[in-house]
Structure formats: C-alpha cells, structure tokens
Design a protein around this ligand. Structure first.
Ligand code: ADP
Ligand code: MG
Length: 726
C-alpha cells in the first residue's frame, strides 16, 4: 500500500468503526461481587483457611513479622482450590526486575497420578519459592551467567490474583526476586526493606510522643498515572513510536494545545468506553480506581486509584499499566507511556502522592486538631524537608531515564531541581520557627509549637503549585518528577529511606535533649524544628519552578541541578547515598553498583535504539518520499518550460536544499553509530552529547520537509492525525 492509502485507510477505519459494545456491567461494583472478585484477599482467606492459619498469615501481613512456613501447604492448597474453581489451570510467580517492567514465570498445576491421569497439584513450596531461569534479565553483575540462579519469593503482603485471558486463567503470585546470595535483583525487595526502615524510625519518634505498642507504620502511595491514547492504525505507521515509544519526527499540528480545551474536557465517547472497561478490569483485581479525566495535552488522559500501602500501590500501578495497554488494544487504541511522545505537547508524568501512618495514629502528615498532634505533624513534615534537602540528588537520580529526561526540565514539567512547596500557611509556620520562635501565626494570635493549635491548614484550595517537583498538598507530599513509564518503586524506596533517616536523626536528637524526661518534649521539639529549618529551609520554594530566576536563585542556594540522567545516575554510587541505604538496611553497596550499571545501560540502549530508528526512518521512508516529490516537481518544471511557461523554481530549490542537508545528515548518523567506547560512563556521555543532538538536527530537516512535501507522499501519520482523530 502506498503511504497515502495507508493513512487514508486508517482514517476511514476509524470513522467506520462505530462504538464497540462490550458486555460489561460495571455497576456490579456496588450491587454485586465485582470488586476484588479475582483476588485471593483476606475475606476469601478467612473463609477457606483454618483459624490458626488465617491468624498467622494476618499477623505477617499486618505487622510485618516473619512468615510461619509450616502453614504454606495449607495456604497453597486453599489458594489452588479457589483458583481452580474459577477456571485457573496455571500459576505464575510475578516479579519486578530492574527493567522496570513486570515479569512472569508460568507453570501449570498439572501433575500425573500413578495411573497417568492429569491431576492438579500446588504445594506450599511452589507457592513460597520459584526459580525462574532469569539469566537474561539484568543483574548488573550481581549474578554471573554461569550462576544464573535467581529465586522468586512469595510476598505475603500483596494478594494473589487471577489473570484472565481469552483461552484460560492464571493464578498470579506477587513475589520478590533475589539472587542465591540474597541480593535484590528486583524493585520489590528494596521497597519492602525501605518500608521496614521507615516503620522502625517512625515508631521511635512516636514513642517519644507517648505512643507505645502501636501498629506498624506503613508508607502510603497514590500514583496519578498519565498516558496518551491514539488510534492503533496511526501508531503502526510509525516505527519510532512502536520501537522507541516516542515520535522522533513530526511537525507541530496546525492546532496544538494552546486552546487549552482538552484538560478536564468531556471525554470522547470511544475513550470513555475504553475507560469504563479499564475500571471494570481494575475493580475485578481489587484496584480502587477513583479518578479519570482528560489531561492537558490533546489525546492525553489520567487515571488514579485511591491510595494504598506503598507496596500494594506499586504492584497495582504495574497492573494498571498492563490493563491500560491490554484494554486499549481491544478498542483499537494504543496507550503510550513514554514521558514525551510528542514534541511541543505536554509530556506524561506520574504524580506519586506519598505519606505514612497507621490505623491508630492515622496519617502522620495530616496536621491534626490538637496542639500535641500539630507538634507531631511538624516533626514528620520537618523530617521530609530535611530528607529532601540532604538527598535532593538522590531524588533526581531515582527519576532519571532517557525518556524522562525529555520531559524534566522542559517548560511544562517539574524542573530537574528538587525543591519543596509548602503553601503559604505552612510556610509561614516554618518561617516563624526559623525566625527563632516568634509565635504568631497568620490567623491567630500566639502560636507556641506543641502548646497552641496550628491554623487549620487549607487542603486543596487554590493554593496549589503545579511547578514544584515535591509539593505538600494538605495531608501528603506529591512527588511530581516521576515519569509515566517508571515503576514507582524506586521513587518510593528513596522517599521512605530519606524520611526514615531524618526520623532517626530526630529521634536521636529528641532523646538527647529530653534526657528521659517526657516533660521536656515541647522544648526539645522546638529546638529540633529550629535546627532543621535553619539548616534545610533552603530547599523550600513556593514560587514558579519554571522561571529563569528560580534557576539562578537555586544555584545561589546551592541546590543541585542535574540536567540529564548521565549526571544523575552516578548519584546511586555516591558515598552519602551508599551510607544512607546501608545504614537503614535498604541496599548493600553491591546492589547500588548493580543498579547504577543497569540504569546507565538502559539509558544507552534507549538512545541507541532511537539512533537506529532515526536512521531507518530517514533512509527508508523520508528520503524516498522527498526524492520522489523532487522528481515530480522537476518533471512539472521541465514540462512547463517545454510549454513555453516560466515556472517559479523556489519550491524546487527549497526541496533540493533540504534533500541535500538530509543526505549529509544521514551520513553523519552512520558515522556516529560506528563510534563505540568500552567505558560505561563514556558511552552514556556519548549518547547524551553526540547521539541525541544528531537526532535532533535530523528532526529539524525532516520536520521542514513534512511542511513541504505533497501530503499523499508523506509516509508517517501526522501529529494532527494522531492527536485529533479518534
Ligand atoms: P490531584 O488533585 O492532585 O489531581 P487526585 O485526586 O487525582 O489529585 O489524586 C490524588 C491522589 O493522592 C489519590 O490517589 C489519593 O488517593 C492520594 N492520596 C490521598 N491521601 C493520601 C495519603 N495519605 N497518602 C498517599 N496518597 C494519598
Ligand atoms: Mg489528578
């Protein structure tokens, strides 16, 4: 098919598609058993397990105590029976390798009895531990290929669930993935360790506030997931989209997002049908989807669940992404998670709302009603401020990737400089503490921390700042620099660890200042808050994070600005970072080196794939289209001359000039491709400083050609088509 017919055919199919009506009854979420139907949750466990077994399991889930292995067989058998009743034939250990994706190893329940009949079997040991041959997954030197063994270990705190597919059902068991020496090969293991660290230190501080023998403190996360949705016909005309996840070429559409009419606009019917089915699939898996809406850019949307504990929120976010992809395909759409798929239109992030608390003390970042709660709140809030100030570089490193670099630092995204937005009221409180204890607050007369009540902090008022990478939003922090395609595990590991570390410092300080006397609590709190805000207040910024003045101001304040992943990723192996993680048992040093290597490799691979794709597209699609058009024009010019006319040569010369530049650029790209270095850092720098600019220069030529060449010869779906036709 010629390019024109491919593209016209796409448009025709979209118009003639009509709405697909699927037989889903989403209203069953309130009337029936839809929510959690496919999850082996606490309710089902209680019904199917002996009381003692159930209680032992519950204890592990709720208090983080070690799993009693003797109950594994009974749990496995109950789980298997439930799954088989629901049609399952296979089970899979699901794990989260350092690629940031989800991996699964499937086995059937099949076993043969003495007479050769097929029976279903699932032992406790198959539930608890698996051994995928995972030698092809990145381990960053943690596992030599000759010792390929990696183990998946059941994560009791994240419930098993059923994955339904067209021809059968699989029981999925969330697991951690570790090497035979116990080193973490995945994203889940450090997350669980960091949650433990935060729990330990938060309870130390709470004990000083008089809360003893209290339930485990868990971090909570509510990720707002942004994504693009375009018709699959267009998607598959673009090798750059399906290979690299973003368009390497594409002239701006005649109409962009400047009308600002998409954000919160009415959701197109086709998209709404898709979203309903996404919600339906999520409900079956017990994922509490709450929000869905249009985002700022055309064809951009957001989905967000009600927050959950960090570990479950992370597993659920991975599931949400795969559900979005799967359901989109059913609707003839493709969901795109690259952070910057379209140049000149807003990119996609994932705002990770973060807090911590437990059932009894509640959300510890919620300013309470009483003075006592206020003081406690300020302490936890100060722990976050200190953490961000000390480890701003780390927070930049955990959101680093080739694709997120395209977004961070661009004008619509949070800047690469990590700062905290507190909002007017809370800022005022900390300003006063810094001023040495002037105790008047904006609304009220006197405010003595711990002895008077805070002005009730405005939640979700107009007092919002969209330009800050880390913003306090009334009862939680929103970490906005996270990329849409990233696992939220890494960012949560960092947040948990930096807060744990500051809480440990705070607990030490309070203990020292109080000298065992609970009466001295308020005075000690004042002193600690004062010290923290004096030293770390520099990280608080309530202005416009996109502005030039902030970039200058941040430099004066000494805040790090790590522009690219090449600058940010080495932070994983900086001394302070290694010490932080080792101190709290989150990573051993080798694990950090492995992460550094794997993420750098990932960065290099992503950019090399872009280079290869740029070469392929220019050579096999753009250049042929351009030269064909040139011949057409040349022919027309000569015919007109033959006819005695005097044709204008401007367009012909322009195309000829662009083709000339393209030819030179194509040989430049080939040159760049052949240069290789063995050194990891050098290769990453080369990708960043040589390959990316070359791709960019190629784009300038190709986009100029797009504006000149006859539309019926243009081989790639245009921005206008992709973003506006649905
Ligand atoms: P926004 O107004 O920022 O777009 P949304 O309603 O889209 O907010 O998303 C806010 C997210 O923050 C939701 O997932 C919500 O459940 C979550 N959230 C609320 N409270 C907490 C908390 N204590 N800890 C973590 N996340 C929370
Ligand atoms: Mg939102």
């Amino acid at each position: 098919m010629s390019s024109t017919s491919t593209r016209t055919h796409s448009v025709e199919s979209i118009i003639n598609r009509g709405l697909k009506s699927d037989q889903i009854d989403i209203s069953a979420v309130f009337k029936g058993d839809l929510f959690g139907r496919n999850v082996f949750d606490l309710q089902k466990m209680r019904l199917r397990l002996q009381k003692g077994t159930y209680n032992a399991l519950l204890k592990t889930i709720q208090s983080g105590s070690a799993l009693d292995l003797s109950i594994a067989d009974e749990v496995a058998s109950a789980m298997k029976n439930w799954a088989i009743e629901r049609g399952a034939t296979h089970f899979a250990h699901v794990f989260f390798p350092l690629t940031g994706l989800t991996a699964e190893k499937h086995d059937s329940f099949l076993s043969l009895d003495a007479t050769g009949n097929a029976i279903a079997e699932f032992s406790g040991s198959s539930l608890i531990q698996g051994e995928p041959d995972a030698s092809s997954l990145p381990s960053g030197g943690l596992r030599a290929t000759f010792e390929a063994r990696g183990y998946t270990v059941w994560d009791v705190t994240s419930p098993a669930y059923l994955l339904e597919s067209q021809n059968g059902t699989t029981l999925c068991i969330p697991t951690a993935f570790v090497s035979w020496t116990g080193e973490a090969l995945d994203k889940k293991t450090p997350l669980l360790r960091s949650m433990q660290a935060l729990d330990r230190q938060a309870r130390r501080v709470l004990a000083l506030f008089g809360h003893k023998n209290i339930p485990m403190v868990s971090s909570t996360a509510g990720p707002e997931q942004e994504y693009f949705l375009i018709d699959s016909h267009f998607y598959y005309t673009r090798p750059d989209l399906y290979t690299c996840g973003r368009t390497l070429f594409g002239a701006p559409p005649a109409r962009g997002q400047e009308f600002e009419d998409h954000y919160f606009g009415a959701i197109p019917e086709r998209v709404l049908a898709f979203m309903m089915e996404v919600d339906y699939e999520c409900y079956k898996l017990g994922i509490p989807i709450k929000t869905r809406h249009n985002e700022t850019a055309p064809a951009q949307y957001e989905i967000a669940p009600i927050f959950e504990t960090a570990n479950i929120a992370t597993d659920h976010n991975q599931l949400i992404i795969s559900i979005l992809k799967r359901v989109a395909r059913k609707h003839g759409l493709t969901a795109i998670f690259h952070e910057k798929p379209f140049k000149g239109v807003n990119g996609s992030g994932k705002h990770v709302n973060f807090s911590f608390g437990n059932k009894v003390q509640g959300n510890l970042l919620d300013p309470g009603e009483t003075p006592h709660e206020n003081a406690q709140f300020l302490i936890f809030c100060a722990a976050m401020i200190r953490g961000v100030s000390l480890h701003a570089r780390l927070l930049r490193a955990v959101v680093a990737s080739a694709s997120n670099d395209d977004r961070l630092g661009a004008h619509e995204a949070p800047p690469a400089i990590m700062s905290i937005f507190l909002g007017d009221q809370l800022n005022d409180v900390f300003e006063q503490i810094k001023a040495g204890g002037a105790r008047s607050s904006k609304q009220r007369g006197i405010m003595q921390v711990g002895a008077d009540i805070l002005p009730s902090l405005a939640k979700d008022t107009g007092d919002r700042n969209r330009t800050s990478p880390i913003a306090f939003t009334g009862n939680r922090f929103e970490f906005r620099a996270v990329g849409s395609s990233q696992s939220i595990a890494g960012p949560l590991v960092a947040l948990n660890s930096i807060v744990a570390d500051s809480l440990s410092y705070i607990a030490d300080e309070l203990e020292r200042l109080m000298e065992g006397n609970p009466e001295k609590l308020n005075e000690a709190v004042q002193k600690v808050l004062y010290a923290i805000i004096r030293e770390h207040g520099k990280v608080i910024f309530n202005g416009d994070g996109y502005s030039e003045t902030w970039h200058k101001e941040a430099a004066i304040r000494g805040l790090p600005a790590l522009r690219t992943s090449v600058e940010a990723l080495p932070v994983f192996v900086e001394k302070e970072v290694i010490e932080l993680f080792v101190r709290h048992g989150v990573f051993v040093e080798r694990e950090l080196h492995s992460r550094y290597e794997i993420y750098m490799e990932g960065y290099i691979k992503a950019i090399n794939a872009e280079l290869n794709t740029a070469i392929e597209i220019t050579k096999t699609m753009i250049y042929p289209a351009a030269t064909r058009y040139l011949s057409e024009l040349a022919l027309s010019v000569s015919r007109r001359k033959e006819a005695g006319l005097k044709p204008d040569m401007t367009v012909l010369r322009k195309i000829e000039g662009l083709i000339d530049s393209l030819e030179k650029q194509m040989s430049k790209l080939e040159d760049i491709k052949t240069k290789r270095s063995a050194d990891l850092k050098k290769r990453a720098e080369y990708a960043c400083n040589k390959i990316l600019p070359a791709i960019h220069s190629t784009r300038e030529i190709v986009d100029a050609l797009e504006g000149e060449i006859a539309d019926d010869l243009w081989p790639l779906a245009t921005y206008g088509e992709m973003l506006f036709i649905k």
